[in-house]
Ligand binder design. Sequence first.
Ligand code: AMP
Length: 616
Amino acid sequence: MGKIAINIATGTIQTKDVIVGIDLGTTNSLVAIVRSDTRQPIALREIDGFSLVPSIVHFDAFGNTVVGNPARELLISQPERTIYSAKRLMGKSYKDVYDHKGFFAYKVYDDGTDALVKVQIGDRFYSPIELSSFILKELKTRAEHVLKMNVSKAVITVPAYFNDAQRQATRDAGRLAGLDVLRIVNEPTAAALAYGLGDKSRGEQTIAVYDLGGGTFDMSVLRLSDGIFEVISTNGDTYLGGDDMDNAIAAYWAGLTGMASAENISLRQELRVTAEKAKKHLSTHNEFNGVVNGVQVSLSREKFNELIQPIVDKTMLCCRAALKDAGMQTTEIDAVVMVGGSTRVPLVKDSVSRFFGKEVFDQLNPDEVVALGAAVQADILAGNNTDMLLLDVTPLSLGLETMGGLMDVLIPRNSKIPNKAGRQYTTQKDGQSGMRISVFQGERDLVKDNRKLAEFNLTGIPGMPAGLPKVEVTFLVDADGILKVSATELRSGVAQSIEVKPQYGLTDEEVEKMLMDSLTHAKDDIKIRALVEATTEARQMLDTTAKFLHKHREMLEDDEVATTTAFMNKLEKAIEMQDKDKIQQATESLNDVSRPFAERVMDAALKDAMRGKKIV
Ligand code: AMP
């Protein structure tokens, strides 16, 4: 029987239609799928043969857009209308990007607040989410064109260091583009997956991912254990990459040929374009010869290596720092994966290989490897590949309802899955034979504000005094994101379990709303939780005292009973008034007046017991 995978974030059942993998990059983006015939991931190519779509959007005066290469051609002539590197703005405020505002040739709008940035084009404003959605829409259209079918589901990659807001922004961009984003995957994890490093048979491993692109460098150390990829450390430089190599070459030639002082933008541009050509040529040749503005330029591999040595050195320092943060030696790294176009440079490859003392994984196209991994992840989600691992985190906390309607969290939000957690509970009443297990999802302290996922009764608990049964409740979220809840009374072995049904899943909007609510209501929740806890304790106190009075009436004086009853009434009143401090005070007072009787009863019981012994 086939397994149905349910994403607990969206509640969707994954059917067999294609799920694409998308690398939404700073410089270039692309789509990949796993071919149903060969089971291999491939990047989708348009008739032009190119898989990469430059992550650039151009807006004309009417707000119409073009994306990719045609937009790139307008970078120089219409800088204020041509948006590149929108990914750098994802989930950022103007203050966050202030230090690098010179990097953007278009207008990043400063509203003087901590609010998320917008880009201003003419009199229109665009959020980075909208800008990214234009790129994703283009990728979706391309994929539909190549595959000749509707594409509506995707896995999208993000840098490992992206925070929640940036991940959410990426999800939102997908949704705006008409894509159901089934999962957000870390770029280094995707790269490792593309090389098959997620195969279950490989066991525990530590993987270093070296990602040198056009404008960014990321170094990540991942650990694969118990079926989960975990990011142990990340390091890098968000403004370091192949562009710096081009600039180094351009500056060198400018110095040699006297073009250094060139104010002419198009000449500078020509220098840079030729410099990039030289760099790429030198990845496979020893010598480059070209012409810039009618002047002969040349570059040897040796000179090139000398020019880029400082850039390579910087990346090696980041590698060292990432290892240090991970508390590891190079010898503890089992595999090194190369990602990003700039890792084609022989000096880069050799330096990384020498640093880690081993061969690197570089057989796949370094521009495509992240998208290929996203496709592998998509294929796993589609249920086609069971040898590989599923990786995700729980989007919202999972917990149980406890006394007073409080949420008791067993698996906090953002926990890795698969995951297992258990906790022991007990009964409230003597002889209680059943226990209701209500499972909730959400961040609020009171279950009424969260979403109920499931409910069942554990029945058949043998009669025992309150507090004696030990009911162990276990939550198990499996790799498909399906939650199984089981409850066992440990003394008797009575057990019950349930699999949480898909109709309880949440849409992303609901997840987002619940998170927002939990932030907005955090203060209220703490107050309410304190009140509920005080009330629960008070009720227990009242219950025990009432039982005590009933059972030991003959050992108490009339006025003692009267005083105790008066204090009990006072506590009842405080509960009615829902005043936490009053409830606590009244509980304490009741405790104070009833303690001496309780001690007296205990003493009497002890004496009885001793007397009993003597007789025997
Ligand atoms: P990415 O951001 O991963 O797409 O990487 C793009 C960077 O890789 C740009 O700086 C390119 O110039 C660089 N690149 C692409 N192909 C080569 C190559 N054959 N040799 C050296 N660098 C390359």
